[in-house]
Design a protein around this ligand. Structure first.
Ligand code: ZN
Ligand code: ZN
Length: 407
């Protein structure tokens, strides 16, 4: 039976309801976040708001306090779900490197140090594009096999390239990117207001108690410990969500992402996206949310096997320090992809090359890759069928192998 896109998804995401909702791999933390909101509000409703119900006899304002608290909490939770359960702006992966970027390079030496030059295809690891009249360097993503558009970055937790990547939020359990940034901001700012609201109402209740039977603030607090606990909790939370609201207000006003803010400060780079405070706010809040580029529920199209591409990087990629994803991992992954393709095409040839190492089919890809690598020094170049040379973050397949595969 044909599978759906979300069932063969290569990122680390989790899906719910048959691919209708997409979460990050750490979606469980969402339950913690929800309980950090819901539990205090329930305590507030039961131990504080309930006692305020009849304090404003004239206008039924006491009921309004309770209703506002519940309605506002629901609003915050909806924003939280809108942030965490939808595509943040994932760019679909390519199944093979961009062929239009390949150039044929005959000057390269063979990886095993032989004299015969190995013609190989290569493509640049980074390119320059012009944004608002300024050159911006974009990088090639080995995992997604694409050139990341400006402001796009690869989330190491979700293992996807995300447009206008801001950060991966562990509280929300999702990347914050182009498609959910505004909901994230509304969520954080609304949480701040909820904190202020609960704090104020608790203080009001203490004030009412002092006006009645408890003349000092200490006596009033001892009568309602729930109010005290809630006020402390809201005060501490306020530093967190209030600080985030302030920080993101600043980022929006200057049209930066969190990621860029850290990078720009480190690299002393100019911000090419700043279009003036008002326009920056309009860009975030008053533009249409771009439709998702992924159809998670669509049926997977059977792809024709493509010949393994001959890939060699022109320059070693300098990964940013803020991307903990290790180079080796990438290489293994590409190697794995190439191996998979080649295995599909002609598994017996590779088996011969490996001296039957993988004949039982039980070896994993890393093992295969290391097996291939170990063969290099001993094998004679002339008789090679398949050779993957791992050098400076690149994979190379000799043309002989390609020719043979093409048969
Ligand atoms: Zn990527
Ligand atoms: Zn992420």
């Amino acid at each position: 039976m044909a599978k759906r896109v979300y069932q063969v998804w290569k990122g680390s995401n989790k899906f719910l309801f048959g691919g209708r909702l997409i979460f990050g791999p750490d979606a469980r933390s969402l339950l913690v976040t929800i309980s950090l909101i819901v539990v205090p509000v329930v305590i507030f409703c039961v131990f504080v708001a309930r006692h305020l119900l009849h304090r404003f006899a004239a206008y039924d304002a006491g009921y309004a306090i309770l209703i506002v608290a519940i309605a506002f909490t629901i609003y915050v939770l909806v924003l939280l779900l809108l942030t965490s359960s939808r595509d943040p702006g994932i760019i679909p992966r390519n199944s093979h490197p961009p062929e239009e970027e390949f150039t044929y390079d005959t000057s390269a030496q063979s990886p095993w140090g032989g004299t015969r030059p190995t013609p190989s295809l290569q493509f640049p690891r980074s390119k320059e594009v012009i944004v608002n009249g300024m050159p911006v360097k974009i990088k090639y993503c080995d995992t997604c096999m694409l050139y990341r558009p400006p402001r796009c970055s690869h989330c190491s937790i979700c293992n996807n390239c995300v447009e206008r990547f801001d950060h991966h939020c562990p509280w929300v359990g999702q990347c914050i990117g182009l498609r959910n940034y505004r909901y994230f901001f509304f969520f954080v700012s609304s949480s701040t207001l909820l904190c202020i609201y609960v704090f104020s109402m608790c203080a009001l209740y203490i004030k009412f108690l002092m006006d009645e039977d408890y003349p000092t603030v200490w006596k009033a607090m001892r009568h309602s410990p729930a109010s005290v606990v809630l006020m402390i909790y809201c005060f501490v939370s306020l530093w967190f969500v209030g600080g985030l609201t302030g920080f993101h207000s600043y980022l929006i006003s200057t049209n930066q992402t969190t990621y860029e803010n850290f990078r720009y400060r480190a690299d002393n780079r100019p911000n090419v996206y700043n279009r003036g405070c008002v326009n920056n706010f309009l860009e975030v809040f008053c533009t249409k949310v771009k439709p998702s580029r992924n159809k998670f529920r669509a049926l997977v199209q059977e792809e024709q096997p493509v010949p393994p591409p001959m890939v060699r990087s022109r320059e070693p990629e300098s990964e940013s320090p803020s991307e903990p994803r290790s180079k080796v991992e990438d290489d293994l992954e590409i190697g794995g992809e190439l191996l998979k393709i080649s295995r599909r095409r002609d598994s017996t040839e590779i088996d011969e090359e490996l001296g039957g190492r993988s004949s039982n089919g039980m070896h994993n890809e890393a093992e295969l890759a290391s097996g291939l690598e170990m063969q290099h020094p001993s094998s004679r170049p002339d008789e090679r069928d398949a050779s993957w040379g791992r050098r400076s973050g690149s994979w190379e397949i000799s043309p002989d192998n390609l020719a043979k595969n093409a048969n």
